[in-house]
Design a protein around this ligand. Structure first.
Ligand code: AMP
Length: 173
């Protein structure tokens, strides 16, 4: 069951960014110090004893709690970004969208082989983005210990697309 206090800080926005989508706006969660802390604690609890070396946040809302989780776990924080945003030598991964494809990138030296990695994003929807992040990190020979999400949209069954690892989401819809 969802924690009512945390749930109260998620705003449903119908028909955004297009008709038929109910956008989960985490702005109220970001605005409240108490809610931010509680969310971070909830996400971190599953990984405290897992010796996580690197928390990888997915652009762009994955950077927000990703950074807080990394702080709490005394881990490194690394960004996965859309093309054209990161400088230096990069590794990229393309993935299928409903119409067309998308690509994500990471800096080549950001994750070392065998690093114990936690993948974080704000919302797990269809799972395409997080699965692509897993493929990207696998190319770097990282050990993917698990995933964490602020919100999981259960009805889209995104977790079935994710290569097996622990998956923890603070709120389910
Ligand atoms: P997916 O690849 O389908 O799992 O989509 C995940 C990405 O899309 C995440 O980075 C989310 O930020 C964003 N996203 C998808 N659906 C929603 C939604 N209903 N509300 C807010 N963000 C969403």
């Amino acid at each position: 069951m969802n924690d009512p206090f945390l749930e109260k800080h998620i705003q449903d926005v119908p028909d955004f960014p297009k008709p038929g989508i109910v956008f989960k706006d985490i702005s109220p969660l970001l605005a409240s110090h108490e809610a931010r802390n509680k969310m971070t604690e909830t996400l971190v609890a599953h990984y405290r004893d897992k010796n996580i070396d690197v928390v990888v946040g997915i652009e762009s809302r994955g950077f927000l709690f990703g950074m807080l989780i990394a702080n709490a776990l005394n881990a490194k924080f690394v960004m996965i970004r859309k093309p054209g945003k990161l400088p230096g030598d990069l590794i990229e991964q393309s993935y299928q969208l409903e119409y067309g494809t998308d690509t994500i990138e990471i800096q080549q030296d950001a994750v070392n082989p065998n690093d114990r990695v936690l993948i974080h994003d704000d919302v797990l929807a269809t799972g395409g983005t997080a699965a692509a992040a897993h493929s990207l990190l696998s190319k770097m020979d990282a050990q993917i210990i698990g995933y964490s999400f602020v919100i999981e949209l259960d009805f889209l069954a995104g977790r079935e697309k994710l290569p097996s690892s622990e998956i923890h989401s603070a709120l389910h819809y």
